[in-house]
Design a protein around this ligand. Structure first.
Ligand code: SF4
Length: 374
């Protein structure tokens, strides 16, 4: 049922190359989930989230310190190895320091026709965040228009907003099928769908997802026996890890990370000024910890997700050396535990020590089962 999404997940570069051949369009690499995809889609540009490949590499040492997060080093390695040679442009919405430096290193060492560093508010709870982003998005729109040679009309922007929102709505419906006592899909399948939505043409992805949604109620395969878990933390698209977690007796039913719900959770509202609508959407979306200080608005959001999806426990994932998540991890852990959700903390590297993580996950699941019994 989910084989198309698995193929898109695995063959992401082939997909983008074929899309270019088929449409003659441009492809932009996006270094953060805060890049306003609506504007790119409106300009007939395919946004492709740049991610790592989870394999050991030795090409980034001269560009990034070893204490940069493994995700950033893995991402840069993909560029240096030429895996994204089909990109016409790259862009980043101001992110954590590690990713910003990764972007700058990529910009210097991997040539592209277009690069754009989009300043983005780091204090998203500030009343100045929307007006600030509004002005920056106008400049970004102008740069995209100059690159494509085509001005964007309100109709174009409406189309971009609609296509991205429709995909978000379909992803929401998919997640709703994970809420009941018998989830209709595994966490691994959900990861294939969500992560592939970050590079597959939105219209095509939504159409495929709609086909699956129409059949899900009738699905015979059951996922109700596993202990219900939530994954929270840094970027996480490691399918081997989630496969292992589900193989030892869990079912992952929801998440809060930037290749999961944080990417699609809220829609762009309908406003007369389309750029203001997009600015509001990116300021008001579930925050990345790099942008959530001092308010920490994401804590109650995570708690609500844990309750709504009725999870028994939470696995907290942190990419090694990730400062924003590290700063949140201790208070987040206490917050979840005080509210009745036991946690397991795991530190990720480019490749994860699967044997050790398996033993720790099994012990965590055992503890959850014992708590359930007594
Ligand atoms: S927020 Fe953390 S995991 Fe994400 S890019 Fe920055 S340092 Fe790496």
């Amino acid at each position: 049922m989910f084989s198309q999404f698995e193929t898109w997940y695995r063959d992401r570069h082939d997909y983008a190359r074929r899309w270019k051949e088929r449409t003659g369009g441009k492809v932009f690499g996006c270094f953060c989930s805060y890049v306003p995809e609506e504007i790119l889609v409106a300009a007939d540009i395919l946004p492709v989230r740049v991610l790592g490949n989870h394999e050991p590499q030795d090409v980034t040492e001269q560009h990034l310190f070893g204490m940069f997060c493994p995700f950033c080093r893995d991402v840069l390695a993909q560029g240096l190895k030429g895996r994204y040679e089909y990109l016409d442009g790259i862009t980043i919405a101001q992110s954590c320091i590690h990713l910003r430096q990764t972007y700058r290193s990529w910009e210097e060492n991997v040539p592209h026709d277009f690069t754009y560093y989009l300043p983005h508010p780091m204090h998203v709870a500030s009343p100045h965040a929307v007006p600030y982003l509004y002005e920056e998005l106008k400049k970004f729109r102008a740069a995209v228009e100059q690159f494509t040679g085509k001005p964007l009309s309100d109709d174009d922007l409406d189309r971009g907003i609609r296509l991205v929102n429709e995909n978000r709505a379909a992803l929401h419906e998919l997640y709703a099928h994970r809420k009941g006592p018998v989830p209709k899909l595994s966490g691994l399948e959900a990861m294939w769908v969500t992560v592939s939505s970050m590079w597959v043409d939105k219209e095509e992805h939504t159409a495929e997802l709609r086909k699956v949604l129409a059949q899900l109620d009738e699905r015979e395969e059951q996922f109700g026996d596993g202990t219900r878990l939530m994954l929270v933390g840094s970027e996480n698209d490691d399918t081997d890890f989630i496969r292992m977690v589900e193989a030892v007796g869990a079912t992952v039913v929801t998440d809060d990370h930037c290749t999961g719900t944080r990417y699609f959770w809220n829609e762009t509202p309908e406003l007369d000024d389309r750029i203001e609508a997009i600015a509001k959407r990116y300021v008001e979306r579930p925050a990345c910890p790099a942008k959530d200080h001092v308010a920490r608005t994401r804590f109650p959001h995570i708690l609500k997700l844990a309750r709504d999806f009725d999870v028994a426990g939470v696995i907290l994932i942190q990419q090694k050396f990730c400062d924003p998540h590290e700063a949140d991890m201790v208070p987040l852990r206490s917050y979840l535990e005080e509210n009745g959700f036991p946690t397991l903390f795991l530190e990720f590297d480019v490749t994860v020590p699967m044997g050790q993580f398996r033993i720790r996950t099994e012990a965590f699941l055992e503890m959850l089962m014992e708590e359930d019994l007594f």
